[in-house]
Design a binder for this molecule. Structure first.
Ligand code: ATP
Ligand code: CA
Ligand code: CA
Length: 176
């Protein structure tokens, strides 16, 4: 699975009325606590990969993300599976993986056709908007990305607003 994703900084009070106007439906609210891990044998910041345990509402999901595949979005391979969070963290620690940082956020999730829209309120960072399409085949990347930027134009947003910095990087930058 490839996640085609665009992230922008956005004031949610400006986004919500437009989402309503275009008929996007709210499909959920999640409180997410994400713990990112650093491997003992490879620098994920350099290789642009990610290993994460996400906890939400008593459940946990393990995620691997591969390097970004283009220059304007956050498109990348994403593999996810449900896990027991505490046990998985113990396994990683036993193998020498260390915690690289934690990101807390409240995510309001909407659906607009095939597009998943997330309004993220990230602790210590503020409000963001992420739009995403999941594709199976690399040949669909460009059209999906174009579709996302076309969608964002309804909010007065364009490619120049796209942020490729991860929440973790922003949290770590702020801490230093
Ligand atoms: P998702 O879209 O899966 O819900 P998210 O929106 O909460 O995730 P993002 O900022 O989109 O968070 O993605 C997580 C990011 O953290 C990835 O881009 C990954 O490259 C980055 N990351 C993971 N580990 C490290 C690390 N050790 N140093 C710097 N960045 C890292
Ligand atoms: Ca995503
Ligand atoms: Ca994201």
């Amino acid at each position: 699975m490839i996640e085609v994703e665009v992230k922008v900084k956005a004031d949610h009070s400006k986004i919500r009325p437009i989402l309503e106007k275009i008929g996007a439906s709210k499909i959920g609210v999640e409180e997410q606590s994400d713990v990112y891990f650093a491997a003992p044998y490879r620098n994920f910041a350099k290789t642009d990969e990610a290993l994460r345990i996400r906890s939400l509402g008593g459940q946990a999901v393990l995620t691997y993300k591969g390097p970004k595949l283009d220059k304007v979005s956050k498109t990348r391979v994403e593999l996810e599976t449900p896990v027991d969070g505490a046990t998985t963290a113990k396994i990683f620690h036993s193998l020498g993986f260390q915690e690289a940082g934690t990101v807390h956020k409240k995510r309001d999730i909407f659906r607009a056709g095939e597009i998943t829209v997330c309004l993220d309120a990230v602790e210590g960072l503020g409000e963001f908007l992420e739009v995403e399409l999941d594709v199976e085949d690399e040949k669909d990347l460009k059209s999906s990305r174009d579709q996302l930027f076309k969608f964002l134009s309804q909010f007065g947003l364009s490619e120049t607003d796209s942020i490729r910095t991860s929440y973790l990087e922003m949290v770590l930058e702020k801490r230093n």
